[in-house]
Design a protein around this ligand. Sequence first.
Ligand code: ATP
Length: 311
Amino acid sequence: MIQLYVPLNFLGVIYREIKQGLADLDKMFVLLEREREVADQPGAQPLQVSEGRVRFEHVSFAYDGAQGPQGAAAHRPILHDVSFEIPPGRTVAVVGPSGAGKSTLARLLYRFYDVEPGAGRITIDGQDIRAVTQASLRAAIGIVPQDTVLFNDTVAYNIGYGRPDASQAEIEAAARAAHIHDFIASTPKGYDTIVGERGLKLSGGEKQRVAIARTLLKNPPVLIFDEATSALDSANERAIQGELQSAARGKTALVIAHRLSTVVDAHEIVVMEQGRVVERGPHAALLALDGVYARMWRLQHSQAPGETTPA
Ligand code: ATP
């Protein structure tokens, strides 16, 4: 099933691109090239997740210009000697200005790209993720991406995609937990409603809830949540945060945060600037440090009058 899932997953990416009308031939080759780039090593073993400890160890990284949209920027270093650990069942949040390399960390953990030999490593329960099969790695990780693109298919398909053998009852339970069930039930065709570009258009918050439901259904030990950059209204934002927290309960989670309100409860906050970790620690300690994070916090709060900064 897992082996079937990954090619389907990959085909899903292409399918999505075609549906979006973006899939010119160059883009297809980029996708295919990327997939080949992270091919399994000969004799790769399946990842064995025991407790779910994720470690970035001295990771440096540059996109290969041939793969990226910016060919001219070939080999520009993006990450420099990044190290941090997400203990089992904990949440680590990454914050920093746009372009600091936050989403790149998520892409490397999911192995859209591989860290070059000698440029550090990422491990899960002590296993270098380059040495395990991609299928087993991706089965162990659930991603809620920044901008969820839905398939032009039914809501049930879009949620069930997280686990192709899921029953209708399981799909509904996941939708309830992600607080999207009532909305789905209110549409004329319910779970058979076609969504996506050519079907029912969902708001950013609704799409993220579908992605959360998909991830809850998949129930992986490791979660990556790349917070939406697009502004949600604050009620929606708080609700999604709550749903995310329940999705992350007991799991190892990497949260790429664009709003600091999301990260206050994280076990540790990693502050990045220009591809380097410049500060780390829990929220209160970083405020006390009165450095980059404290400045970001003050800035966000000066933009939101009425909110108070906890000591
Ligand atoms: P944001 O908060 O805006 O999402 P970020 O901190 O997540 O930013 P990344 O998306 O990790 O930043 O990007 C880090 C740098 O890598 C940026 O300068 C970006 O232009 C560059 N970059 C991202 N993807 C690619 C790619 N596929 N090819 C080449 N360069 C890339």
